[in-house]
Design a binder for this molecule. Structure first.
Ligand code: RP5
Length: 201
């Protein structure tokens, strides 16, 4: 883990993992980070990086940080409590096991928080899923699927929220869906990548 608490990734800027080099139009402006991706551990990054990759595809400026609810509680409070004032609009929070990060984050910010249950070794992510989904009434966390699917969909949902006020982003989302539809083959082939994936794994 980097000393700053930020996962390492290609293309990061020093301004904090901003990954939107091809911003085109709409309300999005370079350097104006709109989505914060937080995770409880470096070990969550292989899952959460799919959220970052998806936001990259849509040219949505974002940052990624390691923020553990139980190991760095002060970092969590600082991050969440200042998020809206920093200009963030949506937070994606991924965690595994007793995954209290999304709920605790939501308790410190009025921003929409999208929770991604990371697949745990012991219970295959069922613990993460239930911990994130079963928030008591009053503090919502929008809970996605376990693992990569949840990370991708959290990013798409974050983009859809932002697109409500950004026609250019809405158009990019429409284009992504159209490309996804066009990529579905009529018949299966041996060794081909799954639909929507570039790798056959
Ligand atoms: C949670 O505990 C993290 O979100 C991670 O999914 C899980 C395991 O963390 P490590 O032991 O890999 O750091 O806090």
């Amino acid at each position: 883990m980097a000393a700053t608490g930020a996962p390492t990734q290609a293309g990061n800027t020093q301004a904090g993992n901003i990954r939107a080099g091809n911003i085109q139009a709409g309300n999005i402006q370079a350097g104006n980070i709109l989505v914060g991706i937080i995770m409880g551990s470096q070990s969550d990054w292989p899952t959460l990086r799919h959220a970052a990759d998806t936001l990259d595809q849509l040219a949505v400026p974002h940052e990624a940080r390691i923020v553990s609810a139980h190991r760095t509680p002060d970092r969590l409070r600082e991050y969440a409590a200042t998020a809206r004032a920093r200009g963030l609009r949506v937070i994606i929070a991924g965690a595994g096991g007793a995954a209290h990060l999304p709920g605790m984050c939501a308790s410190w910010t009025p921003l929409p928080v999208l929770g991604v249950p990371v697949e745990s070794h012991a219970l295959k992510g069922m613990d993460s899923l239930l911990s994130i989904a079963q928030m008591p009434a009053g503090i919502p966390v929008g809970t996605l699927a376990i693992g990569r699917a949840g990370a991708v969909n959290a990013a798409l949902l974050a983009a859809a929220i932002l697109a409500l006020g950004d026609p250019a982003l809405a158009a990019r989302l429409d284009a992504l869906r159209a490309a996804q539809t066009a990529a579905v083959a009529a018949a299966p082939q041996d060794g081909a990548a799954p639909d929507g994936r570039s790798d056959p794994a």
